[in-house]
Design a protein around this ligand. Sequence first.
Ligand SMILES: C[S@@+](CC[C@H](N)C(=O)[O-])C[C@H]1O[C@@H](n2cnc3c(N)ncnc32)[C@H](O)[C@@H]1O
Length: 262
Amino acid sequence: MLLAHALGLARLDLYVHFDRPLAPAERDRVRELVRRRGDGVPVAYLVGEREFYARPFAVTPAVLVPRPETETLVEAALQTLAGRAAPRVLDVGTGAGVIAITVLLERPDATAWASDLDPAALEVAHQNARRHGVLERLVLRAGDLLEPWQEEPGHGRLDAVLSNPPYVARGDPLLDPAVARHEPALALHPPEPDPLHFVRRLAREAPAALAPAGVLAVEVGLGSAAEGLAVLGAHGWREARAVPDLAGIPRVLLARRPAPGA
Ligand SMILES: C[S@@+](CC[C@H](N)C(=O)[O-])C[C@H]1O[C@@H](n2cnc3c(N)ncnc32)[C@H](O)[C@@H]1O
């Protein structure tokens, strides 16, 4: 991937032109990329792109590199939205925009809002929305969790609040040091040493934003699902369950809005 990127070729062309010698400038470009990869810089940052749900998305060091686990969240959200016409969804902490944009691409009748604290991340999401032709169905706003959406005039109620929030506590020994060094701290770590910080906040704050049958889908880290489900249950969320990712790890908490007055 690095070689193809440095030479401006498709990967297949590397095989077709396997015996073409490199010009000195090309060799320097490849060497520099390999050196940075050796420092632990994610390939996605070096080539400026990552695939998500079989589509290419631009990424920069301002955003978390989208992970395959998050496709489980999108899949679960699409299933719950299957019976609803013209669904309205909010992607909280959108980063590169992969969740909102994929839902919009899979559901051409949907409308989405997406928030992020970091305006630089929203620029990447904007670029991706334009690239995938969904900009007119997506409102991108900077701010804290649901706040930017609440401030939108005439925002109505949502069918789903979706989020892959920061959930790795600072100093977690399981966190790859290269990830901690290169991916944005704001995308990785909650503001306090509680992996469920944002689940607790969404459990409290999301009901007011959702239509009566609305759902919350939120990604959690390894070992957090059982406690996360208990948090949702304590706030009256209904039919709460954990959906496993492809590795069988309970990864996405899915629940229906608490009954009004609960
Ligand atoms: C784990 S990343 C997820 C990015 C993207 N949704 C994905 O799945 O690849 C979390 C994102 O939440 C944003 N964020 C952190 N705190 C936030 C807050 N209080 N309100 C809104 N967004 C926040 C970060 O800037 C980051 O882009």
